[in-house]
Design a protein around this ligand. Sequence first.
Ligand code: ATP
Length: 215
Amino acid sequence: MGAYLKTIALFGGTFNPVHFGHLRMALELKEALGFDEMRLLPSHQPAHRAEPGVSAEARRDMLALALEGCPDLTLDERELAREGPTYTVDTLEELRQELGNNVSISFCMGLDSLLGLPGWHRWERLPELAHLVVVTRPGWQMPRDGEVAELLARCRGSMDDIRGEPAGRILMREQTLLPISATAIRSLIGRGRSAQFLLPERVLNYIQIHQLYKS
Ligand code: ATP
């Protein structure tokens, strides 16, 4: 194998709001796999999900507050600036143009997202642009047949492959998820209950000051 490439990983989501589940996942992936960069990528208006009820600016501000004092994680705002729906393939095309072919790009997703991949816009292009790092929980089930199973059979690779090639591999990584969700946080706040210890204090203060998620 030739020289290692610079490795950039992306962790996308609505982050409405960002919480410790997201932050630990991103940090653990970066440390365990040794990525040079781990970028959190808030989506503008997810094409396959309902539009979040909080402005893109507020979600960006909360992420920026959460990442204060954490140089290991950075914020990539490119999807927020884009008009219209967010397609991962467009983001990866743009990044590839910007970074060239001598950088390894990894897009991180949960196994549930991988199973739904054939529903994504121009999904077959994705492995040409980036590697996929798929996070599974202990006891996860791999698909046995269908398009995703075929993709896995063709592309499954190791972290060494990811360091040596710009795109095209799928790495499966088992990791425990903290039992926190943004939906549960929004629901707690909406019912006037406390969301303390589920997300950074600075983010919680922002939510209080801006009266977010109040029903
Ligand atoms: P919602 O409850 O609104 O669906 P969420 O908490 O699941 O939100 P998203 O912003 O939709 O968060 O997800 C961003 C990414 O974080 C996704 O890849 C998702 O799988 C992952 N994720 C969500 N919750 C956790 C968690 N507790 N631990 C690790 N990763 C998580």
